[in-house]
Write a protein that binds this ligand. Structure first.
Ligand code: SF4
Ligand code: SF4
Length: 166
């Protein structure tokens, strides 16, 4: 193996590791979530700026809504972001309480043989039924290809808010 092959392998491993950081423990790809990508934050920040620049006259106008309250709401959305499953503390999430996950016996539920009957993933099986397709894909194409594919979809604009079941 020559030096370039080694460099290629090292970079590939780094890329896969960084993509894996965007994969939630339950198998939902955080890189496809509007809170993680900061889509909402970006739009709210821009919108708030335009509202102040172009519509501040509404403050004094006889309007059907409270201008200041509306700005406060927009301000809330400008902070609406999430660091992703692996960096967030989600007390409500059963998966994050799973011993296998906490002990790092498995990296995520998609590679755990218990997923389909695990009581801790009831919520995910109902809300993100597309995870079953992910498992099939991983079995056929491998875990690395799966991560690359999810990242490709994220770049193309796929968002979990549009593909989940409710
Ligand atoms: S916090 Fe829970 S539901 Fe959310 S991505 Fe992580 S494991 Fe999945
Ligand atoms: S036991 Fe359940 S929660 Fe834990 S990794 Fe397996 S499928 Fe996920």
């Amino acid at each position: 193996m020559d030096l370039w092959e080694l460099v290629y392998i090292r970079n590939s491993i780094r890329l896969i590791m960084s993509l894996n950081q965007k994969l939630g423990r339950c198998g939902v790809y955080c890189g496809q979530c509007r809170a993680f990508t900061a889509d909402v934050l970006d739009i709210a920040t821009k919108f708030k700026k335009w509202v102040i620049q172009d519509y501040s006259w509404l403050k004094e106008a006889d309007s059907t809504f409270d201008y200041d309250n509306f700005l406060e709401g927009l301000e809330w959305f400008t902070k609406s972001t999430c660091p992703g499953c692996r960096n967030a503390t989600e007390g409500w999430c059963d998966v994050k309480k799973c011993e296998k996950i906490q002990q790092n016996e498995v990296d995520n539920c998609l590679v755990c043989e218990e997923f389909e009957s695990c009581p801790l993933t009831d919520y995910q099986r109902k809300r993100y039924s597309y995870l079953f397709e992910h498992i099939k894909f991983i079995k056929k194409e491998g875990f690395e290809r799966f991560l690359e594919e999810e990242e490709r979809k994220a770049r193309e604009g796929v968002r979990i808010q549009e593909i989940r079941d409710y």
